[in-house]
Design a protein around this ligand. Structure first.
Ligand code: PMP
Length: 397
């Protein structure tokens, strides 16, 4: 017998919360845990641009034959253009190679496993705090995880000096995980001059940036959100990107993302890509087609792309509106503490500063579910549930 001594795994900090939420019998419950966009009605509908692309696919798709190991070719091309813009030098120099991946998580895993199997690098630096799954994905792939300072709880702002101080200990070849935009969970991003400093640090110390880019278009705009990535890609010789279309196309359950590698020459990139594909082959052989066909259909047809960009803008604006309303509603509930920092944060999440006990009380007494770190999914707020949320927070503060 080999299974009887297996230990029970702890519940996932985010997805486990959704299970607890589902099991809660209270009718007025509110889930602000998992990062899913909700519209004003509290729904997560399929985007109109996605529906139209699916109609085209239904009419035109003629085979379910296997894709190549790296996925849909047109997809990989449009992904590169979305990440870097059409004119970026790395694309002109053919130094970037891209493989379709099953979501941002799959892309991170492939990137990490490729590095472990094919390079001398064994260490990845992640921000403290970061997305709860980063450590687990990297450790499972065989990387050692170290943390760099990122958040200053006193100022509720970026601890950039702390970040630089931590990274001063990084060694040549270490990976540095950077959130492209809309940092999860803090919502606090680097500005251009800080990106520039990080680029210089990576160059000077021989560090390799690994971008996790899961929210392009949720911060300020598609190009604005990619400014840090594009700046670093122009400066450093080697870089990795794991991007996801779960959020900005609403394709959560299609599991669609990509892993992109930039090397110092087109030749090196091509050789490295052969090993990226080998990693994919050993994991799941080749990716599923549907999500990639949707994204490539939308991005390659001007009218569908325009519709998608419009829908993305609507999502982005709704989140910004909820931030403003959240801050105003807390004030209206008599909360004296300054929560204006929430309006300065970008993306789906707000790092509220609520402690573990307060988070627990929100759940036990008010059926409001947020992540234990105090992270609130602003994208789950609506005009209809805002008062209940703010009343509950006012009560536990
Ligand atoms: N990275 C970050 C920072 C995320 O927030 C998420 C999704 N919550 C992912 C990666 C994973 O994305 P996907 O669902 O596409 O695997």
């Amino acid at each position: 017998m080999i299974f009887s001594d297996v230990e029970l795994a702890p519940a996932d900090p985010i997805l486990g919360l959704t299970d607890a939420f589902k099991a809660d019998p209270r009718s007025e419950k509110i889930n602000l845990g998992v990062g899913i966009f909700k519209d004003e009605a509290g729904d997560t509908p399929v985007l109109a641009s996605v529906k139209q692309a699916e109609a085209i696919l239904l009419a035109e798709e003629s085979s379910k034959n296997y894709l190549g190991i790296d996925g849909v070719q047109l997809y990989n091309k449009v992904v590169q253009e979305l990440l870097f813009g059409n004119e970026h030098q790395v694309l002109k120099d053919k130094r970037a190679v891209t493989a379709q991946a099953p979501g941002g998580t799959g892309a991170l895993r492939i990137a990490a496993e490729f590095v472990v199997r094919n390079t001398p690098s064994r260490v990845v630096w992640i921000s403290n705090p970061t997305w709860a799954n980063h450590r687990s994905v990297f450790e499972t792939a065989g990387l050692e995880v170290k943390e760099y300072a990122y958040y200053d709880a006193q100022t509720q702002d970026l601890d950039f000096a702390g970040m630089l101080a931590s990274l001063a200990d990084a060694q040549c070849g270490d990976l540095v995980l950077l959130h492209g935009c809309c940092h999860n969970p803090t919502g606090i991003d680097l500005n251009l001059s800080q990106w520039q400093t990080i680029a210089e640090l990576c160059l000077e110390k021989g560090l390799v940036p690994l971008f996790d880019f899961a929210y392009q278009g949720f911060g300020t705009g598609l190009n604005e959100d990619a400014a840090g990535l594009r700046l670093l890609a122009a400066k450093v010789p080697e870089l990795l990107v794991a991007n996801s279309f779960s959020k900005n196309f609403g394709l959560y359950n299609e599991r669609i993302g990509a892993v992109t590698l930039i090397a110092d020459s087109a030749e090196t990139a091509a050789v490295a890509f052969s090993q990226v594909k080998r990693t994919i082959r050993a994991n799941y052989s080749n990716p599923p087609a549907h999500g990639a066909l949707i994204v490539s259909t939308i991005l390659s047809r001007p009218e569908l792309r325009a519709l998608w960009e419009q829908e993305l803008t609507t999502m982005r604006n709704r989140i910004a509106e909820m931030r403003t309303l959240f801050v105003a509603s807390l004030k209206a509930q008599g909360v004296k503490q300054d929560f204006s920092f929430i309006e300065r944060q970008a993306g789906m999440f707000s790092f509220s500063g609520l402690n573990k006990q307060q988070v627990q009380r929100l759940r036990d007494e008010f059926a409001v579910y947020i992540v234990g770190s105090g992270r609130i999914s602003v994208a789950g707020m609506t005009k209809a549930n805002m008062d209940a949320i703010c009343k509950a927070i006012a009560a536990v503060l």
